[in-house]
Write a protein that binds this ligand. Sequence first.
Ligand code: CP3
Length: 349
Amino acid sequence: LLSVRAAAEKPLLQVLGGKRATQVPIWLMRQAGRYLPEYREIRSSAASFLDFCYTPRLAIEATLQPLRRFDFDAAILFSDILVVPDALGQLVSFESGEGPRLAAITGASDLAKLKATVDLARLSPVFEAVAGIKAALPSGVALIGFCGAPWTVASYMVAGKGTPDQSPARLFAYQQPGVFADLIERLVDASTIYLIEQIKAGVEVVQIFDSWAGVLPAPEFDKWCFRPVQRIIAGVKAIFPEMPVIVFPRGAHLHLQQIARQSGANAIGLDSAVDPAWAAGAVQSLIAVQGNLDPLALVAGGRALDSALDSLLHCFRGGPYIFNLGHGILPETPVAHVEQLVRRVRASG
Ligand code: CP3
């Protein structure tokens, strides 16, 4: 009971629980990472990025680094969405400066080579890291776990790398719809199990990153984005009914109200292209919202940053709101600008 009461006092959990928060909670997507010199320093101590993610000592340290500098309301587990394909047996690596490389899935025979279910032993260092982070977390700070949404993860699995428009996965879904449905199905199961294990290890909120949700026509959006995410949320909540879930469907503007009403999520992360004045009426009236400062306004700093963040605080002051960026923080972001941001959000009350 004591730990339940302490948890209820964390501002992020207050907002996600539909309560009035004692302060506007703030955290930043990709808040650990390359814009921090101390991250770059420990990053060079691991042979590869996946090794880094699978070394609890390093994952714990990278997660905690931004909290030592900034008064954030949440920590987000340091890992990557591509550990799920790795744990399904797909070859995954990260080339420095080039992003992820995977052994591309081109058809049914490649899919058949994957494991039937996610290898939890492979992921056990991640759960060990969660437990270590939880034990070291400053009071008042909530721990967020995450996974990629099936469509976003599948787009990397099919292309074998990041692409500007996800055309390999979009084409695959038209040409081999049955095989693609099978891939998405496996990712729904794997992601649900992965999130449940993170929760058992200690995360208090989960976020589903659908970074590439914005490229699909409506029928494909429904099949490959909306329904799979809805099923993951239902699967998680079947085991943990009270677990707050944030969905970040980047670019899915026409679908935000459907997601708010029917996905089962507790909050929606808005990308920077969403008009806050519109979203306050159309989305925040239905569900808590998170976002959506342009990461480039944070790079710019100065008056551009102050006026953009003041405008967000003003637009979203009437309802449940979590301050964040509209996408991940950029590596070139000056640390001083993040300090400026947090100071000003805090001063707003
Ligand atoms: O504090 C945090 O939020 C860090 C944890 C985190 C990482 N990746 C670490 C990372 C999270 C939540 C992610 C999510 C992620 N990974 C997404 C969804 C969010 C988004 O930004 O759209 C996606 C699409 C990926 C896949 C991925 N991982 C790509 C495309 C790349 C290369 C591009 C890049 O940003 O470097 C990565 C590598 C990666 N993931 C790095 C970090 C810190 C950089 C690798 C390094 O430091 O060597």
